[in-house]
Write a protein that binds this ligand. Structure first.
Ligand code: SRM
Ligand code: SF4
Length: 563
């Protein structure tokens, strides 16, 4: 037998999380008792099950060492993530979430790169009341994390035409249909009586998926959701306003583990096309395939991208069409994939306007210098715009009457909120993950160094005559790629405390993976390391060529010889 076949046919021990899922009675475990128990933490099983209900236990990494030295326990609290397909909220929902940030959180709301909203700093005893308010506003945290389908993303532009209405409807449909059937969430957090029933999970089964599963839907004219970073991406193909169907891409995912060469980021590959009524069927089929074939022994290699890497895309496509009976047609021709500018004022097409407001790392807070939260709250209270969260961690205030435009703008100016025209394109497009102090996996800073790093890179680019260059700079505190560091022009990936790996060569539209230029560069040496590449870009770029495209054209070896 071929050694690869032998490896594939030898069953390996299931991971502990798999055994927990199986024995948890559909994600209930002992969470009711765990959350009611004294102490600021939950048990290890509670920690793993809580994710399925939208929450992570965390601790304040800034204070942990000092507290340990004086024999104090870490400051534990919980992150809570709201699942909101397409990032869409009503004004009333936004105000309710804003209120919770003070009542139970750390005074901030954090827009995520998947159009969700996170609370940080909720203490254990306050998790239930926070979830109750979120549900009372018709939102949920169910399945916002965990080994299930996460928040479904779509193009956030609130353009009121048939195409955008369809994209939003599709995202909502998939989000609703792909929720777990288990009532565990409602019983643990919302006081629904536990009848002792163990529900059937027709799609997921007793052990749910091997790992998180991400879906995004876009159209070629607007790939803001970065569909190729997802396990499953759909590109809707329209002819005029009529939907022809969807090109289907599978196997995107960015997490990797330093020092494990068998883990790597991947962009999704297009495998075919399905008709306009086959979106849910396609999603359920790919999910069922991953449920059956994903690795349940090694959580670091459990995503769909590794099944594709190990068995080949042709084998996977063949399985999907023959064994799982998905009627895949050939990939449909489509226009070039683009990512449009959504910030600033835009006409929705229905007589109303939207205003896209840039938010640093999606953090809505009253910082020492800029009262973002107060300003947004006042605008939402007075003018009632419905906010849409973008995959760029920004907010679009929608449904604004043209006659309110000047007043809203004056109000933002009075609060000194920087608007898109006040920022360089580099600042408008930069992303950074939360990293320290909340993320337990962070090796370096990200969100907290975003502003100074942008300022330094702006100075560097300007010194080469490139002020105002449109560029996507993405920063993460570890290799998991939460701010999609492996697509885009420049990725800075936390490697060890104080040092980053530098990635370049992705494209602005998010269709191509970047490559590593340097393994470990001290934070203070980042500009000096990239300066020769930027100088070469300034002198040798082709007309209209972006920085990532330039780096991709020259390739890693040529660029490395420069630095
Ligand atoms: Fe992420 C884990 C934050 C989008 C790949 N991610 C985490 C955790 C929960 C850390 C942990 O496991 O203990 C982070 C919580 C930090 C904190 O303090 O809040 C975290 N991820 C985020 C957010 C908030 C980053 C942001 O700047 O907005 C995003 C929340 C999205 C949401 O609303 O659901 C977020 N994470 C992403 C993305 C981007 C995307 O999906 O478009 C990725 C890359 C795509 C992918 O999934 O591969 C991503 N996060 C990961 C991974 C790597 C998974 C893997 O396959 O290995 C981890 C680690 C893990 O799961 O073990 C992770
Ligand atoms: Fe945490 Fe790493 Fe994700 Fe940043 S990229 S939020 S450091 S897991």
């Amino acid at each position: 037998m071929d050694p690869q076949d032998a490896a594939q046919s030898t069953p390996r021990a299931l991971s502990g999380v798999e055994r927990l899922k199986e024995s948890s009675r559909r994600l209930r475990g002992d969470l009711v008792a765990d959350l009611a128990s004294p102490g600021s933490q939950v048990t290890e099983d509670g920690y793993n099950l809580l994710k399925f209900h939208g929450s992570y236990e965390q601790y304040d990494r800034d204070t942990a060492t000092a507290r340990k030295q004086i024999g104090e326990e870490k400051e534990y609290s919980f992150m809570l993530r709201v699942r909101m397909p397409g990032g869409i909220l009503t004004a009333a929902q936004y105000l309710a979430l804003d209120g919770l940030a003070d009542q139970y959180g750390n005074g901030t709301l954090r827009i995520t790169t998947r159009q969700g909203i996170q609370f940080h700093g909720i203490i254990k005893g306050n998790l239930k009341p926070t979830v109750a308010v979120i549900n009372a506003t018709l939102l949920t945290t169910q399945a916002a994390c965990g080994d299930v389908v996460r928040n479904v993303m779509t193009t956030p532009a609130p353009i009121r035409d048939a195409k955008h209405a369809r994209l939003v409807a599709d995202a909502k449909l998939l989000s609703a249909q792909l929720l777990p059937a288990s009532r565990a969430y409602h019983q643990i957090f919302l006081d629904e009586p536990d009848t002792g029933e163990t529900e059937a999970e027709p799609l997921y089964g007793a052990t749910y998926l091997p790992r998180k599963f991400k879906i995004a839907i876009a159209a070629p004219h607007d790939n803001t959701p970065d569909i190729f970073a997802n396990d499953l991406g759909f590109l809707a193909i329209f002819e005029n306003d009529s939907l022809l169907g969807y090109n289907v891409a599978i196997g995107g995912g960015f997490g990797m583990t330093h020092n494990r060469r068998d883990t790597f980021p991947a962009v999704a590959s297009l495998i075919g096309f399905v008709g306009p009524d086959q979106l849910l069927l396609a999603a359920e089929t790919v999910i069922a395939f991953q449920r059956d074939h994903g690795d349940r022994s090694d959580r670091k290699r459990a995503r769909l991208k590794y099944v594709i890497a190990d068995r080949g895309l042709d084998w996977v496509r063949d399985q999907l069409t023959s064994t799982y009976r998905l009627p895949l047609q050939l990939v449909h021709a489509m226009p070039p994939i683009k990512v449009p500018e959504l910030l600033g004022w835009h006409d929705q097409g229905d007589g109303l306007l939207w205003l896209g407001i840039p938010l640093p790392s999606g953090r809505i807070e009253d910082s020492k210098t800029v009262p973002f939260r107060t300003a947004l709250r006042e605008i939402v209270e007075r003018f009632g715009p419905d906010p849409v969260m973008t995959p760029q961690q920004d907010v679009l205030l929608t449904n604004i009457r043209p006659l309110d435009r000047l007043t809203i703008e004056a109000l933002l100016r009075a609060y000194k909120i920087p608007l898109s025209e006040d920022l360089t394109p580099m600042s408008r497009w930069a992303l950074a993950c939360p990293a320290l102090p909340t993320c337990g996996l962070a090796l370096t800073e990200a969100e907290r160094v975003r502003a100074p790093l942008i300022a330094r890179f702006e100075t560097l680019f300007a010194s080469h005559g490139l002020a105002g260059e449109r560029l996507s700079l993405r920063i993460t505190g570890c290799p998991n790629g939460c701010a999609r560091t492996y697509t885009g022009d420049i990725g800075l990936v936390g490697r060890v405390p104080g040092s980053y790996a530098i990635y370049v060569g992705g494209d602005f539209a998010g269709t191509r993976l970047s490559f590593k230029l340097h393994e470990r560069v001290k934070e203070e040496a980042l500009e000096a390391t990239l300066a020769p590449v930027i100088a070469a870009f300034a002198s040798d770029r082709l007309p209209q060529e972006g920085f990532g495209d330039f780096c991709n054209r020259l390739g890693a070896a040529t660029l490395m010889a420069l630095t």
